[in-house]
Design a protein around this ligand. Structure first.
Ligand SMILES: Nc1ncnc2c1ncn2[C@@H]1O[C@H](COP(=O)(O)OP(=O)(O)O)[C@@H](O)[C@H]1O
Ligand SMILES: [Mg+2]
Length: 471
């Protein structure tokens, strides 16, 4: 939607201007304006706008619903630019206020801010923090997550370096950002990955949540945000030091250079000997002990992202190996090889599920090296959107499945149902089979959700929940 000079003019009309109570810079990086609905009421409300371009205004009012710009937009534009018109995205939603760290009212309206809804806690704001951040074209999608501007700037700087240093092969291994944020969990995971002025004091996030809550998807999205190629390992008893670090091997001591090889061939020819056999023999006789790096060593040396799934299944020999990478030293000692200093771009993300049977409590010293981040299941509306987007099913089907999922989650929490039924992937399967006409929603759901259950009683319980919601 465009904001025109005439909208601003209306905002600055005498009876409107007095309704504008103040502007402030939020700690979350958005600019907030508090205003009074009209001169007939004392009721106040707020409107917010992002400082990242393209700019998004969070606002709801009847004019905007009719796709017409209102005086509120004219007023908030005062905080953005002198030259109108300006194109903004509108998100029609109630605005939750952030703490205001700088009162901007004096600069904009030449009067003192008079806030009731917004809480002002003045902090030292660096000059550049009040500026608007331009998102490059390949990064406009970052806007949706609402990163605070300090974090966003570090993300952009990090991406810049990556853009200029990655090979094409590495760029091809950067995943797509698919994670949908339900709260601020994505921000909570990115910010430790960039602690310090330039991210040099980074810490690894530990994504904790039930199965199917989106931990792996979030880890991949973190890679997409920081433009990091991904390397994955999965905790378990078969993952040991040797498999991660690598092993000694025999490698040719030195390649034959072309000149030596040519001379040799020439000599062989003269002596009437088959040169290939000779050269092969020479090569294999000159072996030395080399090192064949394992996945961990490779990820660290290349400065990529290492995602460790099921961190709580790692054996102690492996967790102690990772200690050095997770504290300030950022090194990986490999006794047969050398101590590797992780490049500035190297990052690590852990994932785990609390109380999943068979996992042990994570060693406290090891766990303390991570920033824990809870990854919740998607809420009903977002989940329904995800299902219909992924499977192209009918909206009402998606809604029913999202409600069923909530009921299943409650059942699992109460101990009535096995954890196995709580799978977002199963919901996609049900929706896909429904789209393909494989049965009624109820019959497909029963089949998908219960046929893998060994225990008849659990299967019956699950069927009952399905019957109650899709019957
Ligand atoms: N918040 C979310 N945003 C996007 N996709 C999600 C989300 N939560 C779950 N999913 C989807 O559900 C499936 C399982 O997610 P996954 O990341 O593998 O979960 P986990 O690693 O926690 O077991 C994936 O297909 C993923 O796309
Ligand atoms: Mg996973």
């Amino acid at each position: 939607m465009k904001i025109y000079p005439k909208n601003r003019k209306t905002a600055l009309d005498h009876d409107h201007e007095s309704l504008i109570k103040g502007f402030g810079l939020g700690r979350d990086g958005k600019i907030y304006m508090e205003y009074q609905f009209s001169s007939n009421t004392d009721k106040r409300t707020i409107i917010a706008v992002t400082k990242t371009r393209p700019q998004t205004v969070f606002h709801t009012c009847p004019a905007v619903q009719n796709e017409k710009p209102c005086w509120h937009l004219g007023a908030i534009s005062l905080a953005l630019t002198n030259s109108l018109p300006i194109e903004v995205e509108i998100q029609e939603q109630e605005v939750t206020p952030s703490v205001i760290i700088k009162d901007m009212t004096q600069d904009i309206l030449d009067k003192q801010g008079d806030f009731e809804i917004l809480e002002v806690i003045e902090e030292d704001v660096p000059e550049e923090d009040a500026e608007i951040i331009d998102l490059p074209e390949n990064a406009t999608w970052l806007e949706q997550y609402g990163f605070p501007s300090a974090v966003l700037k570090k993300i952009l700087a990090f991406r810049d370096k990556q853009e200029n240093s990655l090979t094409d092969e590495q760029k091809a291994r950067i995943p797509n950002p698919e994670y949908i944020q339900s709260g601020t969990e994505l921000i909570n995971a990115v910010s430790p990955m960039l602690y310090g002025k330039q991210g040099e004091a980074w810490e690894a996030p530990l994504l904790i949540g039930p199965k199917g809550s989106g931990k792996s998807t979030m880890a991949e999205t973190l890679a997409a945000i920081l433009m990091l190629p991904v390397n994955k390992i999965m905790g378990g008893i078969d993952i040991n030091k040797d498999s991660l670090l690598g092993s000694k091997t025999l490698v040719p001591a030195e390649e034959l250079d072309i000149i030596t090889e040519a001379k040799l061939r020439e000599g062989c020819k003269r002596a009437g000997i088959e040169p290939d056999v000779m050269i092969q023999r020479l090569r294999s006789s000159q072996m030395r002990v080399g090192f064949d790096p394992g996945i961990l060593v490779q990820a660290v040396e290349k400065g990529e992202l290492l995602v460790i799934d099921e961190v709580n299944m790692l054996i102690p020999e492996v967790t102690s190996l990772l200690h050095g990478l997770l504290d300030w030293q950022k090194t990986l000692p490999v006794s047969e090889y050398k101590t590797i200093e992780a490049p500035a771009s190297f990052r690590l993300v852990g994932c785990m599920n609390f109380g999943y049977s068979g996992t042990k409590a994570l060693n406290e010293a090891f766990k303390d090296r991570f920033r824990p981040v809870k990854v919740p299941h998607l809420k009903e509306t977002l989940l329904a959107e995800l299902i219909s987007e992924k499977t192209k099913c009918n909206e009402s089907v998606a809604e029913k499945l999202a409600i069923l999922f909530k009921a299943l989650a409650e059942g699992v929490e109460n101990g009535d149902l096995p954890e196995a039924v709580l799978s977002v992937r199963s919901l996609f399967r049900i929706a896909r089979e429904e789209v393909d006409g494989c049965g009624t929603l109820k019959s497909i759901a029963t089949s998908v959700l219960t046929e893998g259950l060994e225990d008849d009683f659990e299967a019956k319980q699950t069927s009952d929940v399905i019957e109650a919601h899709l019957g």
